[in-house]
Design a protein around this ligand. Structure first.
Ligand SMILES: Nc1nc2c(c(=O)[nH]1)N[C@H]1C(S)=C(S)[C@@H](COP(=O)(O)O)O[C@H]1N2
Ligand SMILES: [Mo]
Length: 567
């Protein structure tokens, strides 16, 4: 008998495999429980919690890295940003659970025997106890009660822990160099420490089971089952989504510039963004789900009379106002897709505030949201700008959940970060309070930078003007409330040439432009630049989105074989 301590611990490789095979089903069952029963999906809530508590610089770095990676990989930001976040959330959770299980398998001695599942369950329960308050603090899936959610989190992790402990004694350690592999069933031994029979004999006999299973078999079985569960879960999710979503039929009303003489070049982005394609950016992996019946807008602080307004009161007591609005995210890179246009409807914020009798000391309006987001606007700006409105409708439809249902604010000329969605409270204050992203280092004012983008060089539209071939080029330009007075295009380092402007949907939207590019064979780059309504040229120097929003010129590279003028 030559006891060797090495036999009592698993190799790291062995542990990593088993731990992953157990982490995968924990994630996929949690995912299914969310889809089917509306139980909290722990990875999303933990991710959202982390983005709120981690230092702003780190989060900004994370967002920037994600945005740049997605752009570099050629993805459309608007479609993939949320998905990438969700995948990061799942990956982060999976890796953490994996690490805990690996630690367990490598640190807990094998000879612990039948006590291992108990210890495992205790470890799992501890993980659940740590996670439950985090999930409750975000709680993005409140379809089920809080106690049910807590019970579920504790139970799921305890079961996972017990399975971990069980697998520890059940899965035979990989034979090491110099050890013989054992495939024949082994008999249960009376002696818990039977592993100490010597290194050349092989892994220790296991006290609970007469039969052990190899690591490979375990991973194939448990991992395979997890794969099936995940795939069927994703299938159910896709099915639910497909049956829920009706195709978007376009706006139910004529656009105000329908007869405008300057038409968009084919391939230009839709001037009026189809509602399902409106970009979505916020700090939530799953948007808050607010019950409109119970919801009240609470107006508090330096007012004569605090007010609680229902959505219906907001819609009927104040004259509804409609505005075509282009909204842009400050994280939108030059030429990016985090910018969209739709019709916003709401009540003027100044009128709503008037009904409360604002006290003379009040100087700021602090708006708070269901998700913990918040922003501050100056009271005198709100009083003098009737376009600032509490918005309850997009595209003449109730505000979609992802866009802030039931209420969000509109403040012209500012990036989206100044405009809370899912509003629950408005407080009038004497002191300025920096908003959510301002606290994290982003621009205090967040005034939109003028920007212009080439959407299309329409090769199929090549035509002859006075005998020479020209190719239609099109895109948009945007400068918030300042509007656009001029758009110019140039090829390589040639002269800037005037583009034609289409009449916009409103003074607050982007402007669609078109330009007839005198075709030249070979490889070329087109550049675009705009001038806002106040006569200022778009900043040509490139800067990052952080902290004041991106600047720089957008370009479009035309490969040599892109256009064949003679058909
Ligand atoms: N409550 C809340 N409001 C929010 C945010 C948020 O995270 N939470 N994000 C802001 C940001 S950064 C942007 S760009 C806009 C995006 O609005 P959209 O998703 O409807 O396009 O919402 C703003 N309002
Ligand atoms: Mo944003």
């Amino acid at each position: 008998m030559t006891p060797t301590t090495t036999l009592h611990r698993r190799s790291l490789r062995d542990a990593l495999g088993i731990a992953l095979a157990l982490a995968a089903p924990l994630v996929s069952l949690n995912y299914l429980a969310w889809l089917v029963f509306g139980l909290p999906f722990v990875p999303f809530d933990v991710f959202d919690w982390m983005t709120r508590v981690l230092p702003g610089g780190l989060i900004t770095f994370g967002i920037d890295t994600m945005v740049q990676t997605l752009v570099a990989l050629g993805f459309d930001l608007k479609d993939t940003a949320k998905l990438a976040e969700q995948m990061m959330a799942v990956a982060g959770y999976l890796v953490s659970v994996w690490a805990v299980a690996t630690a367990y398998l490598t640190l807990v001695p094998l000879r612990l025997g039948r006590r291992s599942p108990l210890l495992g369950a205790a470890v799992g329960l501890l993980v659940g106890v740590l996670l439950a308050p985090i999930v409750l603090s975000v709680y993005s899936t409140p379809e089920v009660g809080r106690w049910v959610s807590v019970l579920w989190i504790l139970l799921a992790h305890a079961v996972w822990g017990a399975a971990l402990g069980l697998s520890h004694v059940w899965v035979r350690p990989e034979p090491r160099y110099g050890e013989a592999a054992h495939d024949e069933p082994r008999m249960a031994s009376e002696d818990q420490g039977l592993g100490e029979t010597g290194a050349t004999v092989g892994p220790p006999a296991v006290p609970i089971f007469a039969e052990t299973i190899s690591r490979r078999k375990f991973i194939l079985r448990v991992g395979g089952a997890a794969a099936v569960i995940t795939a069927s879960g994703a299938g159910v999710a896709t099915y639910l989504r497909l049956t829920e979503e009706e195709p978007y039929a376009g706006p139910s009303f004529p656009l105000p510039n329908a007869g405008a003489p300057t038409e968009p070049v084919p391939g230009t982005r839709p001037e009026y963004t189809p509602l399902p394609e409106h970009y979505r950016i916020d700090i939530n992996t799953i948007p808050p789900n607010i019950d409109i019946e119970d919801w009240r807008l609470e107006i508090r602080g330096l007012v004569q009379e605090p007010l609680d307004l229902s959505l219906e009161q907001l819609q009927t007591a104040y004259e509804p106002q409609e505005q075509f609005v282009t909204l842009s995210c400050i994280s939108n890179p030059v030429g990016g897709s985090l910018i969209s246009t739709t019709l916003w409807t709401g009540a003027r914020l100044s009128e709503v505030l008037e009904t409360t009798g604002v006290l003379p000391e009040a100087r700021f309006v602090h708006i708070t949201s269901e998700d913990g987001f918040h922003e501050t606007a100056a009271l005198d700006v709100i009083r003098t700008d009737p376009r600032i409105m509490l918005t309850y409708s997009f595209d003449r439809q109730p505000l979609p959940q992802g866009h802030g249902s039931p209420l969000r604010v509109y403040i012209p000329n500012h990036y989206g970060m100044k405009q809370p969605k899912w509003i629950v409270g408005i407080e009038l204050t004497a002191e300025f309070e920096p908003g959510y992203w301002v606290e994290r280092g982003w621009s205090r004012e967040a005034i939109v930078n003028a920007t212009s983008v080439i959407d299309t060089v329409y090769a199929d539209g090549l035509e002859r003007q006075n005998g020479s071939p020209v190719v239609p080029v099109g895109g948009m330009a945007y400068a918030g409330e300042r509007g656009i007075s001029e758009v110019v295009v140039r090829m390589d380092d040639g002269p800037w040439e005037q583009a034609e402007l289409r009449e916009p949907l409103s003074d607050l939207t982007w402007v669609i432009w078109r330009y007839s590019w005198p075709f030249q064979a070979g490889q070329h780059t087109l550049y675009v630049r705009c001038r806002d309504g106040e006569g200022n040229w778009q900043v040509a120097e490139s800067s990052d989105t952080y902290p004041d929003g991106a600047t720089g010129l957008h370009d479009f590279r035309i490969p040599a074989d892109y256009i064949f003028p003679e058909g």
